[in-house]
Design a protein around this ligand. Structure first.
Ligand SMILES: Nc1ncnc2c1ncn2[C@@H]1O[C@H](COP(=O)(O)OP(=O)(O)OP(=O)(O)O)[C@@H](O)[C@H]1O
Ligand SMILES: [Mg+2]
Length: 252
C-alpha cells in the first residue's frame, strides 16, 4: 500500500495529505503536553476520544450553520478535514475565570465573568503563544479587520453552541480555545473553525461537584485523564451506555 505523505507532526496530531486535493487527514495521537510541552506523557485512548469528541462538536456546529473544516471521520483515530491556511492566532473564549486569566488578574478560578471575554494569542511555540492585542494583529498583518470581525462572531457562536450543549449534560464550559482557517471558494475567502474541539482545548467543570473534566486533570495531576474524557463522551452520548461493570468501549 502506498504510504501517505506526512505534512506536519504537532504535539497532539499528525497531518497527512488527504485523498483529494484540498483535504487533509488528521491523526489524533495519545500524546499529552502541557505548559508549552514542558510536561509530556502518553495517555492511552486520548487520541481515540478526542477524534470522536471533535467529530461530535464540529458536526453539531456544521449543522447549526457554523462552518468548520470537518468532513468525515475515517476511523478510530483519523478524520478527513478541509485543508486551510491557519490564522496564526489562538482564539480563547472565557465564561468563568480560570488558568492564566485568574493568575494575570488575580481573580479566583470559577468566578463568573460579566460577559464572555475573547482573547488572542500569537501562535508561536518558541515564544510560548503570547497574548496579543488587536493592535498587534493589525500592525503585523496576521488578520485583517474584516477577518477579526468574522473571527469574533465565529468564536461567540461556538461559545453559545458549546456552552448550551454542555449545560444540558451538567457541565460548565469555563473556557475554550479554537483555531480558525482561511479557505478559498473561487475569488472569495471564508473563515472556518479548524484544528480540534476537545477536552484538550476546553475547560469543563462538573456543575455539581466542580470536578475537572479536561486537560487540567493532566496539568494539575488530578487523576485519570482518560476517565475524565470518557465521562464527557458518555454524557454527550458519544459512547454507548454501559451497565457500570465494564469499561466503556468505543464503537467505530
Ligand atoms: N484544516 C486544517 N488545515 C491545515 N492545518 C490545520 C488544519 N487544522 C489544524 N491544522 C494545524 O494542524 C496542526 C495540528 O497539530 P497539533 O495540534 O498537534 O499541533 P501543535 O503541537 O498544537 O502545534 P501548533 O498548533 O503550534 O502548530 C496545528 O498546527 C494546526 O494549526
Ligand atoms: Mg494543537
Amino acid at each position: 500500500m502506498a504510504r501517505r505523505k506526512k505534512i506536519y507532526e504537532g504535539k497532539a496530531k499528525i497531518l497527512y495529505e488527504g485523498p483529494e486535493p484540498g483535504t487533509i487527514v488528521q491523526y489524533f495521537k495519545d500524546d499529552a503536553t502541557a505548559f508549552n510541552a514542558e510536561k509530556m506523557a502518553t495517555i492511552e485512548g486520548k487520541g481515540v476520544l478526542n477524534n470522536r469528541l471533535s467529530e461530535f462538536f464540529m458536526t453539531g456546529l456544521n449543522n447549526v450553520g457554523v462552518p468548520t473544516h470537518f468532513m468525515r471521520r475515517l476511523n478510530m483515530r483519523e478524520q478527513l478535514v478541509r485543508a486551510c491556511e491557519i490564522v496564526p492566532l489562538e482564539i480563547i473564549v472565557r465564561n468563568f475565570a480560570a488558568g492564566s486569566l485568574s493568575k494575570r488578574l488575580g481573580i479566583e478560578e470559577g468566578t463568573a465573568l460579566p460577559r464572555p471575554i475573547v482573547e488572542y494569542c500569537y501562535k508561536d511555540d518558541k515564544l510560548g503563544d503570547p497574548l496579543v492585542t488587536e493592535e498587534h494583529i493589525a500592525a503585523f498583518g496576521w488578520a485583517s479587520q474584516q477577518d477579526m470581525d468574522d473571527i469574533l462572531s465565529l468564536a461567540l457562536r461556538v461559545n453559545d453552541y458549546l456552552s448550551g450543549l454542555m449545560y444540558g449534560v451538567g457541565i460548565k464550559l469555563i473556557d475554550f480555545k479554537i483555531e480558525i482557517g482561511r479557505v478559498y471558494d473561487g475569488d472569495f475567502q471564508r473563515l472556518i473553525v479548524a484544528d480540534e474541539i476537545s477536552p484538550d482545548s476546553c475547560r469543563l467543570w462538573d456543575m455539581e461537584t466542580g470536578a475537572h473534566l479536561d486537560k487540567d486533570v493532566f496539568r494539575r495531576d488530578l487523576g485519570s485523564l482518560t476517565d475524565a474524557y470518557t465521562e464527557v463522551a458518555r454524557r454527550l452520548g458519544v459512547l454507548p451506555k454501559t451497565n457500570g461493570h465494564t469499561k466503556p468501549t468505543l464503537i467505530n
